[in-house]
Ligand binder design. Structure first.
Ligand code: ADP
Ligand code: ASP
Ligand code: MG
Length: 423
């Protein structure tokens, strides 16, 4: 007998029919003699709707407002946890839902992007012997017993954290694609399924935009050695497994290509070119918790001024502009320009540690398509470029082919409809 955590994302629980189907997938594990804890997302579209209502009433700059944001947006998962428990009961399987505060699943107090600190498993574990536990993803309880949420897409993290805390044999993440692909199969039709993905590559892919897994869920799986499998709740086929690097037999220089549209480029035009200028710009940005990604400095011909360009996520960028406008007199720049029609495209692969020429291949492919590179960053196993958003799909497909990743046969549209996204 094994202990399994199953997680179902928004499209997998999008309506009562889908919830009934999920109940049958849970039943299958129970019938096989396993103990099962299930983590559910909100119904597809539900969290977006909740966020939209909150946004109509608040710009969420006040702490008190962020606390209420969590109260509202965590509610979608409460609904699906109760519904799935009902669907299981209907099938004759004993089941009950556990809200984050009932477990309790403790987090820090960073409302809207809280981190899990501790999961009390004694009571929950005892009940698994006689009934299925349904846990709402995404939500926890923070300091002062206030409800918190883990950030968009956070149900994956709830599931992996629960699997780690319970010492589960496996954590199965059911979604609307049947595994982790070399690239988003909705953007690159020739993307191929990866049967095994190294944790480190998955971590880079997730943090660079492949939203099939929440970044923190991969970190957690890595640090707690959780066996994570990504598979479809729509098609009964083999999924993808996260594994140690040495277990990946099919080795390519590049494993995946990702994109992120959540980027903004900010330029301070004509800042006096004096020692300490970077510190005086990026210090206050760090204090305001702006996560700066790429940085480019262009010194003017006469050397007296410099343009300082950097990128950040769209949400952070709005805060960055506020901070920098407040410092205009001190920084003495001429102008501040923000561009949000930019995207980051990245290639990822552990093969980069040992092979040269991968960046060059990327630059050449983009040049051949006439796509201009606005900024570049690299790390040990990835290269990212910033380009204009309108060229993202073209760039991704061209690079997919250039790195020899194309599937022999085109993947026919994945099972779930393309319209939804984000629960
Ligand atoms: P869920 O609601 O089940 O959590 P998400 O929408 O968060 O599902 O994540 C699944 C989606 O991730 C897929 O529909 C797919 O479009 C997208 N995706 C992006 N990159 C990849 C990739 N490399 N492999 C598989 N899916 C990817
Ligand atoms: N429902 C939340 C969201 O849409 C969490 C999740 O689905 O992972 O972001
Ligand atoms: Mg998700």
């Amino acid at each position: 007998m094994a202990l399994i955590v199953q997680k179902f994302g928004g499209t997998s629980v999008a309506n009562i029919e889908r919830i009934r189907h999920v109940a049958s997938l849970v039943k299958r594990e129970v019938d096989a003699g396993n103990q099962v804890a299930v983590v559910v997302s909100a119904m597809a579209g539900a969290t977006n709707q909740l966020v939209a209502w909150v946004n109509e009433l608040s710009d969420l700059t006040a702490d008190a407002a962020l606390k209420e944001y969590d109260v509202v947006v965590s509610s979608g998962e409460q609904v699906t946890s109760g519904l799935l428990a009902l669907a299981l009961q209907e099938l004759g399987i004993p089941a009950r839902s556990w809200q984050g505060w009932q477990i309790p699943l403790r987090t820090d107090g960073a409302h809207g992007k809280a981190r899990i600190e501790q999961i009390e498993t004694d009571r929950l574990k005892a009940t698994l012997k006689r009934e299925v536990a349904i846990v709402p993803g995404f939500q926890g309880i923070g300091p002062g017993d206030l409800i918190t949420t883990l950030g968009r897409g956070g149900s994956d993290t709830s599931a992996v954290a629960l699997a780690a805390a319970l010492g589960a044999d496996r954590c199965d993440i059911y979604t609307d694609v049947d595994g982790v692909y070399t690239s988003d199969p909705r953007v690159v039709p020739k993307a191929r399924k990866l049967k095994k993905v190294a944790y480190e590559e998955m971590l880079e892919m997730a943090s660079l935009g492949a939203k099939v897994l929440h970044t923190r869920s991969v970190q957690m799986a890595m640090s707690h050695n959780v066996r994570v499998q990504v598979l479809s709740s729509f098609e009964d086929v083999e999924g993808s497994m996260l594994v140690e690097e040495k277990e990946v037999v099919e080795r390519r220089l590049v494993t995946g290509i990702t994109y992120s549209n959540d980027e903004a480029r900010i330029t301070l035009v004509a800042v006096p070119n004096t020692p300490g200028v970077a510190a005086s710009i990026f210090g206050p940005l760090a204090d305001a918790e702006v996560n700066v990604d790429m940085i480019i400095q262009n010194i003017s011909e006469d050397g007296k001024t410099t343009d300082m360009t950097f990128t950040a996520s769209k949400t952070d960028a709005a805060r960055a502009v506020k901070v920098l406008e407040g410092l205009k007199a001190a920084l003495k720049y001429r102008d501040l320009v923000m561009d949000t029609k930019v995207s980051k495209v990245s290639v990822i692969g552990v093969g980069m540690r040992t092979h040269a020429g991968i960046a060059q291949q990327m630059f050449k492919t983009l040049a051949d398509k006439g796509i201009n590179i606005l900024a570049i960053t690299t790390s040990e196993i990835k290269i990212s470029v910033l380009i204009e958003s309108e060229y993202v799909e073209l760039a991704m497909r061209a690079m997919h082919t250039a790195y020899d990743l194309d599937a022999v046969e085109e993947k026919i549209a994945p099972a779930a409809p393309r319209s939804k996204k984000a629960s």
